[in-house]
Design a protein around this ligand. Structure first.
Ligand SMILES: *Cc1c(COP(=O)(O)O)cnc(C)c1O
Length: 373
């Protein structure tokens, strides 16, 4: 029992910490092995852009200086990429930082945020940490004909009340990989009042097939209460540096900037992200590898007779139709780290990040042995 629990603010008393994927080094230390693979945190199996690595190395001698607190160059480059004013871009220490800034700016005790079942574990953390209420909308059921486990936007709408100030939507969603139709999303935004901030979390946007990608820039121009978040952690392969950003109305960005730590994004991260934006080859190679990897894993699950949630992200969530925890443990003993999702109320599923062809084969082979144990 934590002696100080009763002194913490109510929301924090009820929080459980975010559970990260197990690091490769930790597993290798525990098992005394050297060839473990991690497909647990949706990291890019190709590694970072080499342009970003070179830029990061070149700046190391300047870390005696504070970074540019306004991340001017990076914001300028992102503004050009998205065709928006620089004042529309906010930079965060990962997009997680942006989610936190949003909660601190728009939520407080007595107010609420709405999000779906099976959505990203960080939403309840940032909401409860500021003492606001989290209202959970029911997701589509496991046997929904179009989008099993997907966000049900009608349910989200019906959870909005007088106290609601923020709605979080992930598209595609983590840990399900499910997505929203463009028109559904637009209809939803038309039905949300302007005083309610809608956060569209697009951490996996770059992986989406072109015809499913919403025109996020057009939506931002049309709906001034919309905040779109993106990250350098996933396809750009810079998860360890912690950089993400948002696009919003400049007035919304101005408010986020008021609560932001002055130097929230470090010097190395800023220059690496800037160079990564320039590396279209890395981006295209990553997309191609992910597409064939998704196919490889889906085919593999089919052969093993395992169901899975259709995904357009860089991970896929497989249904073992029995407790996943023992299979997760067996996979660890094979040197394969995947992600249990029982904390998302999916105790029979495992989320597997799309790896290289060899890594995908290894996880499928290991899975075959482990489910037949
Ligand atoms: C990975 C992920 C993020 C990004 O986190 P960073 O803080 O940018 O590393 C945001 N939202 C979702 C849904 C994610 O899965």
């Amino acid at each position: 029992m934590n002696r100080f629990l009763k002194y913490a603010v109510t929301g924090v008393q009820q929080l459980t910490p975010y559970l990260p994927g197990k690091p490769v080094e930790e597993l290798e230390r525990e098992l005394g092995i050297t060839n473990a693979i991690k497909l647990a945190s949706n990291e890019n199996p190709l590694g970072p852009s080499q342009k970003a690595v070179v830029a990061a190395q070149a700046i190391l001698n300047k870390v005696n200086f504070y970074p540019d607190g306004s991340s001017h160059e990076l914001r300028q480059s992102l503004a050009a990429k998205h065709g928006v004013a620089i004042d529309s871009i906010s930079i965060g220490n990962g997009s997680n930082d942006i989610l936190e800034l949003i909660a601190r700016t728009f939520l407080a005790p007595g107010l609420s945020a709405v999000f779906s079942e099976f959505s990203f574990a960080v939403y309840p953390i940032v909401v409860q940490a500021v003492g606001a209420d989290a209202r959970i909308a029911k997701a589509f059921s496991a046997d929904h004909p179009v989008m099993p486990y997907g966000h049900d936007l009608d349910e989200l709408l019906s959870q909005i009340d007088q106290q609601t100030r923020v709605v979080f939507i992930a598209n595609p969603n983590n840990p399900t990989g499910t997505w929203l139709e463009r028109q559904q999303l637009t209809d939803f935004l038309e039905n949300v009042a302007e005083n309610i901030i809608v956060v569209l979390d697009e951490a996996y946007y770059e992986y989406m097939p072109e015809d499913l990608k919403p025109d996020s820039e057009a939506l931002i121009k049309r709906f001034s209460n919309l905040i779109v978040t993106r990250t350098f952690s996933k396809i750009y392969g810079l998860a360890g540096l912690r950089v993400g950003y948002s696009i919003s109305h400049p007035d919304v960005a101005d408010l986020l900037n008021r609560v932001r730590q002055p130097f929230n994004v470090n010097l190395i991260a800023q220059v690496a992200a800037l160079s990564a934006l320039d590396d279209n080859h890395h981006l295209q190679t990553s997309i191609a590898m992910n597409n064939s990897g998704l196919q490889q894993l889906s085919n593999g699950f089919d052969s093993l007779g395992l169901g899975f949630i259709p995904s357009i992200a860089n991970f896929i969530t497989v249904n073992l139709e029995r407790a996943a925890a023992p299979v997760y443990e067996s996979l660890l003993r094979e040197g394969v780290i995947v992600r249990p999702v029982a904390n998302y109320c999916l105790p029979n599923h495992l989320r597997i990040t799309v790896g290289t062809e060899e890594q995908n084969r290894r996880v499928l082979d290991a899975l075959e042995r482990c489910i037949n144990d």
